[in-house]
Write a new protein. Structure first.
Length: 226
């Protein structure tokens, strides 16, 4: 609404934000008279509480509001309204996002804010110890597996998802979760770390099952190309 092409809609939105700001704060009206844009920017950027010309009321005196939610999400996603004098922007207040060097307009604000959120989520995802290793596989065939299950039973599908994120309860994972004192293989004759790769491909006690799985896979591949 603050980015609308219609000046009347912008005026209504600014008036609503000012009403919420006055409900949540005791303002020095002589200071804020004629400064609606500054009041809107300060409130939505969570800067009003630091102003010497506004005193925050008690929390139980607040009201629920769309604009209170906007304020919270702007703070969570590190976005701020800024004063904008450029001709292509609609209104005196606008956004910039880190991945785009121009002011956001009515036509671009929704697309770039969504992209900003996706980039933040992807960056956080990549930074995860285990889940971050799967970022590159979530697309194409990998995405189809996640959304359809590729004809697997429920138990097999759940195992596949957990294995993909390295969340299967091997001793190594349980140690990382602080549910085991050690991460070595539970086979007494084996001293290797019990990772999923070790269980599926390397553990001597599982070698018969490993070879059989390998032979079955080759047989399935061969039947498709004969």
């Amino acid at each position: 609404m603050l980015q609308s092409k219609d000046p009347a809609i912008q005026a209504v939105a600014r008036a609503q934000v000012c009403q919420v700001a006055r409900k949540r704060n005791r303002l020095q009206e002589d200071h804020w008279h004629g400064r609606d844009d500054e009041l809107v920017r300060s409130f939505l950027n969570s800067e009003l509480a630091a102003s010497p010309h506004a005193d925050a009321l008690r929390r139980n005196g607040d009201i629920g509001s769309l604009w209170s939610d906007v304020q919270r999400w702007l703070r969570i996603y590190h976005l701020q309204l800024e004063k904008c004098d450029e001709a292509e922007a609609h209104g005196p207040l606008s956004f910039r996002v880190p991945h785009h060097n121009k002011w956001l307009t009515h036509k671009t604000v929704l697309r770039h804010v969504k992209l900003h959120l996706k980039i933040r989520h992807q960056t956080r995802w990549k930074g995860m110890v285990d889940q971050g290793k799967t970022v590159r596989t979530h697309g194409g065939v990998g995405a189809k597996f996640m959304t359809t299950g590729a004809g697997l039973s429920d138990d097999d599908y759940r195992f596949g998802v957990k294995a993909r994120l390295n969340q299967v309860d091997t001793n190594s994972v349980l140690k990382r979760k602080r549910l085991r004192a050690h991460g070595t293989c539970r086979d007494p004759a084996c001293s290797s770390a019990e990772t999923l790769a070790h269980v599926l491909n390397h553990c001597e006690s599982n070698m018969d099952a490993i070879r059989q799985r390998h032979d079955d896979a080759l047989e399935q591949i061969g039947s498709k190309i004969r």
